[in-house]
Design a protein around this ligand. Structure first.
Ligand code: AMP
Length: 343
């Protein structure tokens, strides 16, 4: 889908419904482009919502979509001046119910809920993974409207990195960026820290919502927020799973039927670890879990039982307040990660 560059900020109304082959989203669907965030048109569209709610009717969801940093900033500044709090959920799109849970929590706890969809090139260590990363913007917009998102930031790469993609952000993550994803995806966390910092600078939210699904990523961002004393409250949201335990992920839609059938083994191995680690100890539990994940079509990259704060492997559960099992597997060229808190 190509969004008409003329309208860098628009108010989107859910009516009329999105056609699946929509190429020029703004032309077809937006209410008139709004040039001023405080324009009468917004008041007009927002006040019936409040009225409808009072009458017990469902208001028509609406959402602003911005492509440009300057437009987004202007809009959010107005909201801030009006005393509104801002909740922020950064994503790479191809949204699913895992993302939806973050948006809903942000919407419940903030006045304005901002979601960004940006497939950040600097955090991909494999060109193929970046090229094949799923992109479903029309479906994403529909889901965001249903979840109560009020602002979508949909920038292009040059908007996020006007000075180029080379990062000047240097943060010492200690051991946090070394094991697991850090060892298997060189440069990944430098890219994650770079984009999260940049997006935080742009959005300046009060609250930042991230998923437990990416446990190590959360630890990295938490460390960065503390190290740079960023004025944002970081909240971890629980992992949302399919009925068979598979953690929801944008990459799941790339799994073949055969791969999808064996993918729940990941959660099975994590559950096994939770049930057995006390009795068998971490070393034996890890060995058995690795065996469980070694089946035709699936190859484990790692299965580690680590301290929930330092991410260092644990020798026993005693002496650790929080212990987490983290794993990554490959199914063909698709890589899935998951984790489970054991203690
Ligand atoms: P992504 O689009 O994969 O970069 O994810 C955006 C945010 O959604 C990150 O904070 C993820 O941890 C979170 N997330 C992804 N999948 C899930 C899930 N299944 N449950 C909860 N949060 C998730």
């Amino acid at each position: 889908m190509r969004i008409n560059a003329r309208f860098s900020h628009i108010l989107f109304s859910q009516r009329p419904p999105l056609p699946s082959n929509c190429l020029n989203f703004c032309d077809l669907h937006c209410a008139k482009p709004l040039l001023l965030p405080r324009s009468p048109a917004i008041c007009f569209l927002q006040s019936p919502c409040a009225l409808l709610r009072k009458l017990g009717r469902q208001p028509i969801p609406s959402m602003f979509i911005f492509k440009k940093v300057a437009d987004l900033r202007r809009h959010l500044n107005t909201r801030r001046r009006d005393g509104q709090t801002i909740g922020f959920v950064p994503t790479m799109g191809a949204l699913h119910q895992g993302h939806a849970s973050l948006i809903k929590q942000a919407a419940a706890e903030s006045n304005a809920t901002v979601c960004s969809i940006f497939v950040n090139p600097t955090q991909f260590n494999e060109a193929n993974d970046l090229a094949k990363y799923p992109r479903t913007p029309e479906k994403d917009i529909q889901l965001l409207l249903e979840c109560g998102c009020t602002v979508l930031f949909l920038p292009e790469v040059k908007e996020v990195y006007p000075d180029g993609e080379l990062s000047t952000l240097e943060i010492d993550f200690g051991q946090l960026d070394q094991p697991m994803e850090g060892a298997h995806r060189p440069g990944h966390f430098a890219g994650v820290a770079q984009v999260v910092k940049r997006l935080l600078d742009i959005v300046q939210p009060d609250q930042l919502y991230m998923g437990q699904k990416d446990y190590q990523q959360f630890a990295i961002v938490q460390h960065m927020v503390q190290a740079l004393q960023l004025p944002v409250k970081l909240t971890m949201c629980a992992t949302v799973r399919e009925a068979d335990g598979l953690a929801m992920s944008s990459r799941n839609m790339r799994l073949s039927a055969e791969q999808r059938a064996i993918a729940p083994l990941v959660f099975k191995a994590l559950r096994f670890a939770k049930d057995k680690v006390e009795q068998d100890g971490p070393t034996a539990t890890v060995a058995t879990a690795m065996q469980m994940l070694t089946v035709p079509g699936m190859e484990p990259e790692y299965f580690e039982i680590v301290d929930g704060r330092s991410l260092a492997p644990v020798a026993s559960l005693a002496d650790h307040e929080r212990v987490v099992a983290c794993t990554a597997v490959r199914l063909g060229d698709i890589r899935l990660i998951d984790n489970l808190v054991l203690k």
